[in-house]
Ligand binder design. Sequence first.
Ligand code: PEP
Ligand code: MG
Length: 325
Amino acid sequence: RLEAYAALRDEPAVTKDGALIDLQMNAGLLLDMPHLKETGASGIGLFRTELPFLIGRTLPTAAEQEHLYREVLRAAGTKPVVFRTADIGSDKRATYMTQPVEANPAMGWRGLRVSLDREGLFRTQLRAMIAAAGGRELRVLLPLVTTVEEVEAARGVIEKELSRRKRGRKPVPSSVIVGVMIEIPSAAWSARSIAAASDFVSIGGNDLAQFFFAADRESALVSSRYDPLCPAFIGFVGRTISEAKAAGRPVGYCGEQASDPLMALVLMGLGLRSLSVTASSVAPLKAMIRSVDLGALSGWLNETLAAPSGELRREVEAYAEAAGV
Ligand code: PEP
Ligand code: MG
């Protein structure tokens, strides 16, 4: 099986009926980057930048951040990298930052909320990304977006940093595209307007499911209690995908659930053509994708979701088996 996976590395992630799936991988360390080549993923769909902010004793300097992003881009070669701005705060605590004590940190002061309140921190990180991506495309992803206003405010800060760089007559990225993570139910519900305010959308299923099921992803007692492959969550995600697409924006999924082949299958059936998953899941998913007839799958899924039985996972499993997926 491993050999079969290795042989697939340079093959496209294309379905039997010719739909190309953008199959990317998630990363968070320079150490993850060799997996890009090993797995044959088409790019880094999510680079979590917060790690250096969390493990060090002091805030990483602008130069240190720039160095890391430069190395990541170098390691990616011609493949694209989506840099998510630091998703710190609350449960992801940095020792050198004074942070409020909150009863529900996952729903507290984190992600883009911190970035917009601590503009200096945000600007330093953006400056480092802009410098590192000189001469090539820069893809920035904003975590935990709640409103259109936040997206506009963040874009304003990015513009300021770009102008600053241009004034300094230093190399700028050939283009800057700004994506939003949809990982809060209210943002998912207004995905069309949030997508319209951005250049692309990435559904963060880990947080989205946590808030959707009101089940703390950090609590072993409840984190795996509810299966996201159920009619309620799938219906919700399906609507989110359609709304983002209605705004004419590319939409992908970077939550870890997509590493589950049955979940990935359903997401494709819902119209998603871009997945970013754990490195170890890239090859198995590529094998799955290449065995799927997407037209037949979509038709079957539509009918099944129109009359949900509540046993969606079992139904998908049976479909996959019968269809030879
Ligand atoms: C998510 O929430 O789905 C996500 C990809 O981000 P993180 O797991 O880093 O919160
Ligand atoms: Mg998240």
